[in-house]
Design a binder for this molecule. Structure first.
Ligand code: CA
Ligand code: CA
Length: 379
């Protein structure tokens, strides 16, 4: 019996810097669940990426650069008029997504850290991306449509992952800033998943709409640090969440549900203080998957491309401390880890390309942009 996972690990390692070469492992692995990974470019502390309809990439770097990347030419230019960001230990310039009607309205959304004398918050802005003939572009009519509240000292757990659903609603993960209790306080939007109209206004069918104020933004609460949101084909929202010491989670997000942090967690506090597990408090929604030891999940897609037909409907999660790409298989409201590919790098972001290739951004300085295709496919 061939140990497929072992072959995959060997193959991935062998192909990371050797696109186009032929390896023994590739020949022996046969068709199916494998890929070659090629590093195409490098970025400094990249955080997120998204594809434009013309095939170019937008890549954010935490230091504040929003790069417009022509991968074919291995060139990138900085988009002008990006707001000033505070680059701190776990934040800076964060996510970038396109409005669902981008081809008509040219609107993009970015998330980033702001700082003033009272502390730090994550903000979300939308702007028109005006592309020019020289391969660059500028942000016009930028408008901040959402902010974390209240501002906090400390440089961790911003979250600020953005996603649009099929109804055109904007979803924001707003992490708890390493302050624990705000995750249970509905007068704060920290430790929450927030649901907004595309202009930042609050939809009337949000679960706490009648309370008004900050509470009206809240869709779900009791979250810690969420760096990945993805919708499946049936419209379910899945979010992964970094646990404390132990207890990383994959959650199925439901309207008004409380996921229990910091009252319950499969992990415990870093100082050794136990946190009761979910089974002690059934009123809080338990994760569908929990990971101990942790993987530190970052980036998330649910794949629907053509290049890897066996993987249609699978989730792909980047792992920072796990240095891996984790494949998730879903079955309705259930999910399980199906495979884990050892990438030997901290994986910060996962994206699906227009042709169905899977793209990864490594974490840190001089971090690689990797393109994953089936063995033998053109890069
Ligand atoms: Ca992305
Ligand atoms: Ca626990």
């Amino acid at each position: 019996m061939i140990d497929r996972k072992r072959y995959l690990m060997i193959m991935v390692a062998g192909f990371l810097f050797s696109a186009g070469s032929v390896s023994q492992a590739q020949e022996e692995s046969g068709p199916g669940h494998e890929f070659t990974a090629t590093e195409l470019m490098r970025f400094d502390y990249p955080w997120a990426m998204t594809f434009l309809p013309d095939g170019r990439l937008l890549v954010t770097e935490m230091g504040g650069a929003l790069r417009l990347v022509d991968v074919e030419r291995r060139q990138s230019q900085s988009i002008r008029n990006v707001p000033k960001v505070a680059h701190v230990s776990q934040g800076g310039l964060g996510d970038v997504v396109l409005h669902p009607d981008f081809e008509d309205n040219e609107l993009i959304y970015i998330s980033y850290v702001e700082a003033d004398a009272s502390g730090l918050d994550a903000a979300v802005a939308r702007a028109r991306l005006a592309l020019d003939e020289q391969g660059g572009g500028t942000l016009e009519d930028l408008e901040v449509i959402w902010r974390q509240h209240p501002k906090m000292r400390g440089e961790g757990h911003f979250g600020y992952r953005l996603a649009f659903d099929d109804d055109g609603m904007l979803w924001i993960s707003s992490s708890e800033r390493q302050k624990f209790d705000p995750a249970q306080d509905v007068e704060s939007n920290l430790g929450k998943i927030v649901r907004l109209e595309d202009d930042g206004s609050v939809p009337e069918d949000n679960p706490l709409f009648d309370r008004g104020g900050i509470s009206a933004q809240v869709w779900s609460l009791g979250h810690r640090n969420i760096l990945g949101l993805a919708f499946d084909d049936d419209g379910r929202l899945w979010a992964h969440e970094m646990g404390p010491k132990g207890g990383d989670e994959l959650n199925l997000i439901e309207k008004g549900a409380n996921y229990g942090y910091p009252i319950v967690s499969e992990g415990n506090h870093y100082d050794g203080t136990p946190i009761p597990n979910h089974d002690t408090r059934p009123e809080f929604k338990a994760p569908v998957i929990s990971w101990t030891p942790v993987i530190s999940p970052a980036g998330f897609i649910i794949y629907d491309g053509e290049l890897f037909p066996e993987w249609q409907g699978s989730g792909f999660i980047g792992a920072l401390s796990g240095k891996a790409l984790v494949r998730i298989e879903f079955n309705g409201d259930d999910a399980r880890e199906a495979e884990r590919f050892d990438m030997k790098r901290r994986i910060r972001e996962v994206e699906q390309g227009p042709d169905g290739a899977i793209w990864l951004l490594e974490d840190g300085a001089g971090a690689g942009l990797l393109k994953l295709v089936p063995p033998g496919a053109a890069n």
